[in-house]
Design a protein around this ligand. Structure first.
Ligand code: PSV
Ligand code: MN
Length: 430
């Protein structure tokens, strides 16, 4: 495997952390044993957990107002893959990359070869009909899959079909479709008509899916449409996924809900009805802030994973949602944010695995709300850090990914190797 960071440096870093790790791990093992939990089983579970890197996440993000590029940013998809390889090498929890077209257009064979060289695979592919591209025949200003114009709808459908072809060549198994289509004014859209057009277009995409592919419908409350977004909520997403058929599922981006929405309940509902396709993890305080996963409300992330653990227990191996981060890194080094966020998601997963489900059910059946809540809190408050660190070290990754990354001075090297392109500081939400 092509390693971007010198493995000797990782080994040296880990050697320096070893004594502390062993002491913390042994202490936690003893504590868990007294609770009847085998730490080794949890560590093995942590090692099996995986989520995908959004290719667009390795570049600095922006807001509607500005983008402040960081040094040494990747300038093309090959350089993005190189950054993803660093994340994979140091954190070992993100072994796949999710590409976004046409942002990541490139020769699929060359992309595959580069990814395989780094030990990376490709996860779901994403289409983009929320922006116009240079040379495009028809504009998406007034919508894409829902447009009143048949020519615009055809172009948007064809783009999604092209994405499927690209994804197939990459070994991907699914397409995520998020459209920003909607209205800014009451009356601008016939609300029912827009959804009818969406479904007509989505059916054509669905028909182009290979047998072993899924189509993931991503809902979002608002932005860029500020009055009525066509696929605004999980209810609409569920209705569309149901209308399309068994290969259509719903994708939950944590940031795409009104503040205070009970997202874990949405997760439970979608899982119950077999339509939970996957996640875009991130965190938010106000809207679609795209902040780092677990940085604002880690308890919510835990509660989401609590529902996922419940669904996995009920449905077994058939329950395999796609996990991905979708964040905008405006003030941090994207590689550091992605590694830290991935670890936060993995942490929530392990904490949820610690929930004593028999005790929880017992308290629920006796209407003991306080003890039921305490059962969740008990798992949530357990510091599973040593399990995550041990999982990384055993997989050859870094005990402390950010410290090791900084010691490797990768960003500094790339600052020299990748001088910025002209115009790279433009605004844009990615
Ligand atoms: C939209 O806000 C979104 O969450 C979708 O997943 C897009 O594909 C992604 O962000 C990038 O703009
Ligand atoms: Mn998203």
């Amino acid at each position: 495997m092509n390693t971007v960071i010198n493995p000797a440096l990782v080994a040296e870093h880990n050697a320096g952390e070893r004594a502390r790790l062993d002491a913390d791990y042994d202490a936690l093992a003893g504590m868990l044993q007294r609770r009847g939990v085998d730490i080794e089983a949890l560590t093995a579970q942590a090692q099996r957990f995986a989520l995908a890197i959004p290719s667009w996440g390795v570049g600095t993000g922006g807001t509607r107002f500005a983008r402040f590029p960081g040094p040494g940013e990747p300038r093309n998809v090959m350089e993005k893959l190189e950054d993803c390889a660093v994340i994979h090498q140091l954190a070992r929890v993100m072994p796949t990359v999710s590409l976004h077209f046409p942002w990541d257009a490139g020769d699929p064979a060359a992309l595959r070869q580069a990814a395989e060289g780094y030990g990376l695979g490709f996860d779901l592919v994403n289409s983009n009909t929320f922006q116009d591209q240079a040379g495009q025949a028809h504009s998406y200003k007034f919508g894409s899959l829902t447009s009143h114009s048949a020519a615009v709808r055809e172009q948007a459908v064809q783009h999604n079909i092209d994405c499927i072809a690209l994804g197939r060549a990459l070994g991907s198994k699914g397409l995520t479709v998020w459209v920003g289509d909607g209205a800014n004014f009451p009356g601008q859209h016939n609300l029912r008509g827009a959804l009818e057009r969406y479904l007509d277009s989505a059916r054509l995409i669905y028909q182009a899916l290979p047998d072993d592919w899924l189509m993931y419908i991503e809902h979002k409350l608002f932005e860029p449409a500020f009055y009525a977004t066509t696929i605004a909520d999980w209810g609409t997403s569920y209705a569309c996924a149901t209308a399309l058929g068994p290969k259509a599922k719903c994708l939950v981006d944590l940031g795409h809900h009104a503040p205070n929405t009970n997202i874990e309940m949405i997760v439970a509902r979608l899982a119950q009805f077999g339509k939970l396709g996957g996640f875009h993890f991130n965190d938010s305080k106000y809207g679609d802030d795209d902040l780092d996963a677990g940085s604002i409300d880690p308890f919510q992330l835990f509660l989401v994973f609590n529902e996922l653990a419940d669904a996995a227990q009920r449905d077994g191996a058939a329950f395999r949602p796609a996990y991905m981060l979708d964040q905008s890194h405006n003030v941090t080094d994207p590689i550091e944010s992605l590694m830290s966020s991935a670890v936060e998601v993995q942490r929530a997963y392990v904490q949820a695995a610690l929930v004593d489900r028999a005790a929880l059910r017992h308290h629920q059946e006796r209407n003991d709300a306080l003890q039921a809540a305490q059962t969740l809190k008990h798992a949530y408050r357990t510091d599973v850090g040593p399990i995550l660190t041990m999982a990384r070290v055993r997989a050859g990754a870094a005990a402390d990914p950010v410290a090791c990354y900084r010691a490797a001075a990768y960003r500094e090297q790339q600052r020299r190797a990748r001088p910025p392109r002209a115009g790279a500081s433009g605004s844009g939400i990615v």
